[in-house]
Design a binder for this molecule. Structure first.
Ligand code: BES
Ligand code: ZN
Length: 582
C-alpha cells in the first residue's frame, strides 16, 4: 500500500529535493510552457514515478540524453502517473512540458474578472493535490523541496510566488523574466504563483502587502496589523523561520478565504470589510507558518493536524491581540458551524472522525469544517488536560521537533504519549471516533450568555441596542436566532445594518436567512452578492438556501450555470451539489 493514498510517488525510488522551474506565462494560450529540472537526493537507477495532471510532457532528459517515459491512465482526481525509466544512475532530470488550459491548480482570469479591468490575471491554488497540474512532481507532503523559478511574464505585469521577492533578470520586447528563490524546503502543495497588474506596499519590517493598484490603499489599511501579529505569533509559537511574511489580496475568483503559501499568503478580497473585522483569516494563515508549513500533515488524511492546530493558534493570536472575550466568541461561532456540519455528515453516512481512510476519495470532496473545528476542540482539550503553561512548552517543543518535517496522525499520537504522559485524555476517541466526546471543551462567557439570551427572546420589531456590537457578535446573534419570517428578516436587517455592511460573512449569513424566509425580490440581492464572489465558503450557503426552496431551485441552477465558468473547480463542485446539479 502507498503511504499517501493521493499520490503515485514511491519515495523508496528516491526523493526530489529541489526543483528549478522555467516558465513562460502564455495568457493567450492559457499555458505555462517550459521545463523543470528535478534534483534527487541520490543517483539511482530503475523507475521513478511522478504525479502529473493534464500536462503535455514533451521530453525527459538526464545529462543531455533522453530517457524513456510513459504516462499512465487518467484518473479523475489523481491525474496520471508519469513513469520515467532510469537505465543508468540519474541524480538530475530535465522535463520539458507545458500545462494545459484545464490545469486544475491554475485559474486564468479575464481582464473583466479583475478590479482594474485592463489585464488578465493568473493565480494558482495547489492544496491539496493540484501542484501536479503545474509541474511533474512527487506530489505528496511527505516530500519537501526547495525551488528556484525563472518566470517570463508580459512586461506590464508583476508576479509573486511562494518564495522570496522577484528579481528581474532579463527584459525583451516580449516580456521580462523574473527570478524567484525559495530556500526553505516546502511540501509541493505550497508551490504558488500569481501574475497580473500587481502593486505592493510595506506594512512593517518583515511584512508587505500586494494587490491590484486600485485596491492597495484599502488593503494596506485593512491588514495594517500584520507586523504586530507576526510579533505576537513568535512569542507564542517560537521564532519565525521564513524570513519575510508577505501576502497578496487576489481578485474575487480566488476560491478560499486564505491560503498559507509560505512567504506569500494568498487572500480573498472579501476580507476587506473596511473595518478590520475579518483579520482573523490573516491570523490563521500566518499561524500556518508554524502549524502546517513547518509541521506538515503527511497526507490529506492528517489534514486536521494542519487545520485543527492552526485554528487553535489563530484563536490564541486573537486572544493575545484582542483579548480572551473575542477569542471565546470565535470559538463559539466555530462550535455552531461544527454542529451543523456534524449533523449534515452524519445524515449522509460520512465519517466525522479526525482521521479516516481516504483511499479513492477526492481531497476536494472531503473538505469540511470538521478537521478545523473538531481539531480545534481536540487541541483545546489537550491544553486543558495539562494546563496552559505546560501546554505552551509542549507546543513549542512539538513545533521544533517536527519543523520542516511531515507528521501523520499515528506519529502525533505517539509523540503526545511520550511528551505528555500524564495527560488525561482519550486520544483514540478524539482521533478516530465519530461525533464529539461528551466532555468536549466549552467556552462559557458572560457576553455569550447575554447574546444567546437575547437571540432566544428577540421578537421582530423589538429594538436591538446593537450600535456597538462588533461583526463577530452580530454573526453569533444571527447564528443563534431561530427561524425568521419575512418581517423578522427585514427588521433584523434594519436593526443590524445588514444591507449596508461590507462584511461579506455577515452578508452571507443574512442573505441565507432571507432566502429561507422567502423574502420577495431576494433574487436581485443574491445576484449582486454572488456576482463579486468566488469564495466557496460564502457561495455555498447562499446556494444551499436557494436549493432548499422549490420556488428558487430553478433560479439557483440557472445562476450556477451562468457563473460557474469563473469559479475554481472545487467551488463548482461544492456549489453544484447543493443546488442538485450533477
Ligand atoms: N489551507 C487552507 C485552505 C485550503 C484547505 C485550501 C484545503 C485547499 C484545500 C487555509 O489555511 C484555510 O483554512 N482557509 C480558510 C480560512 C480560515 C480562517 C478557516 C478559508 O479559506 O475559509
Ligand atoms: Zn488553514
Amino acid at each position: 500500500m502507498r503511504d499517501d493514498p493521493h499520490s503515485y510517488a514511491d519515495v523508496s525510488q528516491g526523493r526530489i529535493e529541489r526543483a528549478e522551474i522555467h516558465w513562460n506565462v502564455d495568457f493567450e494560450a492559457r499555458r505555462l510552457r517550459g521545463e523543470v529540472r528535478l534534483l534527487l537526493d541520490e543517483a539511482a537507477t530503475g523507475p521513478l514515478d511522478l504525479d502529473t495532471r493534464d500536462l503535455d510532457v514533451e521530453s525527459v532528459e538526464a545529462d543531455g540524453a533522453s530517457l524513456s517515459f510513459q504516462l499512465g491512465e487518467r484518473h479523475p482526481f489523481m491525474g496520471q502517473r508519469l513513469r520515467i525509466e532510469r537505465d543508468r544512475p540519474v541524480k538530475e532530470l530535465r522535463i520539458s512540458y507545458a500545462t494545459t488550459p484545464e490545469a486544475s491548480g491554475l485559474m486564468w482570469l479575464k481582464p473583466e474578472q479583475t478590479t482594474g479591468g485592463d489585464h488578465p490575471f493568473l493565480l494558482s491554488q495547489c492544496q491539496a493535490i493540484h501542484a501536479r497540474s503545474l509541474v511533474p512532481i512527487q506530489d505528496t507532503p511527505r516530500v519537501r523541496v526547495t525551488y528556484g523559478a525563472e518566470v517570463t511574464v508580459p512586461t506590464a505585469m508583476g508576479a509573486v510566488m511562494s518564495a522570496g521577492p522577484a528579481e528581474e533578470i532579463a527584459r525583451t520586447d516580449d516580456g521580462k523574466t523574473l527570478r524567484f528563490e525559495m530556500p526553505q524546503p516546502i511540501p509541493p502543495y505550497l508551490l504558488a504563483i500569481a501574475v497580473g497588474d500587481i502593486a505592493s506596499k510595506d506594512i512593517g519590517a518583515r511584512t508587505r502587502v500586494y494587490a491590484e493598484p486600485g485596491e492597495l490603499e484599502a488593503v494596506a489599511w485593512e491588514f495594517a496589523e500584520a507586523e504586530q501579529m507576526l510579533e505576537a505569533a513568535e512569542k507564542l509559537f517560537g521564532p519565525y523561520r521564513w524570513e519575510r511574511y508577505d501576502f497578496i489580496v487576489l481578485p474575487p475568483a480566488f476560491p478560499y478565504g486564505g491560503m498559507e503559501n509560505p512567504r506569500m499568503t494568498f487572500l480573498t478580497p472579501t476580507l476587506v470589510a473596511g473595518d478590520r473585522s475579518l483579520v482573523s483569516v490573516l491570523a490563521h494563515e500566518l499561524a500556518h507558518s508554524w502549524t502546517g508549513n513547518l509541521v506538515t500533515n503527511a497526507s490529506n488524511q492528517d489534514f486536521w493536524l494542519n487545520e485543527g492546530f492552526t485554528v487553535y493558534a489563530e484563536r490564541r493570536l486573537i486572544e493575545a491581540l484582542y483579548g480572551p472575550a473575542d477569542a471565546t466568541l470565535h470559538a463559539r461561532l466555530g462550535r455552531v458551524d461544527l454542529e451543523e456540519v456534524l449533523a449534515e455528515r452524519q445524515a449522509q453516512g460520512r465519517p466525522t472522525s479526525l482521521w479516516y481512510d481516504q483511499t479513492d476519495l477526492d481531497p476536494d470532496g472531503e473538505f469540511s469544517r470538521v478537521p478545523y473545528e473538531k481539531g480545534f476542540l481536540f487541541v483545546t482539550a489537550l491544553e486543558r488536560a495539562v494546563g496552559r503553561e505546560a501546554f505552551d512548552v509542549f507546543l513549542q517543543h512539538y513545533i521544533e521537533r517536527f519543523a520542516f518535517k511531515s507528521l501523520d496522525t499515528q506519529g502525533f499520537e505517539a509523540f503526545v504519549r511520550e511528551a505528555l504522559p500524564d495527560a488525561k485524555i482519550d486520544l483514540k476517541t478524539w482521533l478516530y471516533g465519530d461525533g464529539l466526546p461528551d466532555d468536549a471543551p466549552e467556552f462559557p462567557s458572560p457576553r455569550l450568555q447575554e447574546l444567546g439570551d437575547l437571540a432566544r427572546s428577540w421578537q421582530p420589531g423589538q429594538p436591538l441596542n446593537s450600535a456597538d456590537w462588533n461583526a463577530t457578535e452580530a454573526m453569533l446573534f444571527l447564528q443563534t436566532l431561530g427561524p425568521l419570517d419575512v418581517e423578522g428578516t427585514e427588521a433584523l436587517a434594519k436593526a443590524l445594518g445588514l444591507r449596508e455592511t461590507r462584511n461579506a460573512e455577515l452578508q452571507c449569513l443574512w442573505l441565507s436567512r432571507a432566502i429561507e424566509a422567502g423574502v420577495e425580490g431576494i433574487e436581485d440581492d443574491v445576484k449582486a452578492f454572488v456576482a463579486r464572489i468566488g469564495r466557496t465558503k460564502l457561495l455555498r450557503p447562499v446556494f444551499a438556501a436557494l436549493g432548499e426552496r422549490d420556488d428558487q431551485k430553478a433560479f439557483a441552477q440557472e445562476l450556477v450555470e451562468t457563473l460557474e465558468p469563473r469559479w475554481h473547480v472545487a467551488t463548482r463542485r461544492a456549489v453544484r451539489q447543493v443546488v442538485g446539479l450533477s
